[in-house]
Design a binder for this molecule. Structure first.
Ligand code: 4NP
Length: 155
């Protein structure tokens, strides 16, 4: 059985598509399945933001084929791990949890590198391209740790 991982942000066009692409680049697709979603509904079926596509390309991560979709409570049934980008996402996802088991699946992604410090991946949507570079670097570090853990889980 593949381990299933869901990356969640607000719009599903900036941060979580990058998180999906970066983690995919670090794992064995025969062992781990990864998707992303947004808590909001503005960008359903939209391609990722061109600035996310661009920073991904710079590092060899192609996210052009991804399309936006909205998080729903049924994702708790489909996924083993749900990584959220910031506290607002955390609260929005937890609000849809049906039980303790659902809640246990949800983690702030930067907890992987700054445990317990509640650090957000800042929303880069209204800023310039530097924000996207910053997001990429944070997600790359966190995904490295997640990939190592997933490898161990699979052994
Ligand atoms: P994301 O960024 O949550 O990283 O995808 C955003 C993208 C779009 C919007 C908000 C955040 N929006 O309000 O449309």
């Amino acid at each position: 059985m593949k381990t299933k991982v869901l990356m969640v942000c607000l719009g599903n066009i900036c941060r979580s598509p990058l998180a999906e692409g970066i983690l995919k680049s670090k794992i064995d697709p025969n062992k781990v399945y990864i998707e992303s979603a947004g808590t909001g509904d503005w960008h359903i079926d939209h391609a990722p933001d061109p600035r996310s596509i661009s920073v991904g390309k710079r590092y060899g991560v192609d996210i052009t084929d991804q399309r936006g979709r909205q998080f729903s409570a049924s994702d708790f049934d489909s996924f083993d791990h749900i990584y959220v980008m910031d506290i607002r996402n955390y609260e929005d996802v937890i609000a849809q949890a049906r039980n303790e088991e659902d809640k246990k699946k949800v983690k702030l992604i930067l907890d992987e590198i700054f445990p317990g410090e509640k650090v957000d991946v800042p929303d880069p949507y209204h800023g310039g391209s530097h924000g996207f570079e910053n997001v990429y670097q944070m997600l790359n570090e966190a995904c490295e740790v997640i990939a190592e853990k997933l490898n161990k889980e699979q052994q």
